[in-house]
Design a protein around this ligand. Structure first.
Ligand code: FES
Length: 191
């Protein structure tokens, strides 16, 4: 059962062609494509990317461990991190965490079945002057209020729903590392 969808594998092949003959340069963007689909990088996904790019599994695993934006532990497909360091804390970080927890229906430190993980983080994101704030995967959301937090949660859920629908049945690895298959040919060519 494939760990990556045909869509993601096609994106990786495009990266390899783009960087030919320096195909090793394609490794980082290719790992990112895999992470976008799964939300993190299980060992099987890293190995598959390595095979597609043409490097050793060890080299791909080493790169995945090296870059902090690549996650080799299951973070869910959408990783919501609320900064609770002192500058953010005095601006309502815990209140923001509670709002997001209510809106996303997940306690801090846990992951929903659809793949949304909510975390409080001790890492300052450098947006203290725009607190309270959170990071959603790589995107920052700042000066959050009750209304904008609700809007953000609703956007996250809608986006995830759309992504899940687009990827459904094309061999997608789930947030918990499982893989599925069984698409129609129409779905396979859809994106
Ligand atoms: S303390 Fe929260 S962004 Fe700096």
């Amino acid at each position: 059962m494939a760990i990556l969808s045909e869509t993601t594998e096609a994106r990786i092949r495009t990266e390899v062609e783009r960087y030919h003959p320096h195909y090793r340069t394609a490794l980082l963007p290719s790992l990112k494509h895999a992470q976008v689909e799964i939300g993190w990088l299980p060992a099987e996904a890293i190995a598959r990317v390595a095979d597609l790019v043409g490097v050793s599994h060890a080299a791909a695993a080493e790169l995945a461990q090296f870059y902090s934006m690549l996650h080799t532990e299951n973070h869910g497909r959408v990783y919501v991190e609320v900064c609770v360091q002192v500058p953010c804390a005095v601006s309502g970080a815990e209140r923001l965490l509670r709002w997001l927890s209510e809106e996303l229906d997940v306690p801090p430190g846990e992951t929903t079945a659809e793949g949304i993980r909510l975390e409080r983080t001790s890492e300052c994101f450098g947006s203290c002057h725009r607190a309270p704030m959170c990071r959603v995967n790589e995107d920052y959301h700042e000066n959050l209020t009750r209304d904008s937090a609700r809007e953000l949660a609703s956007t996250i859920r809608a986006r995830l729903l759309a992504e899940n629908a687009a990827l459904q049945g094309v061999g997608v690895g789930h947030a918990d590392g499982r893989a599925t298959s069984g698409s129609t040919s129409q779905e396979r060519t859809a994106s």
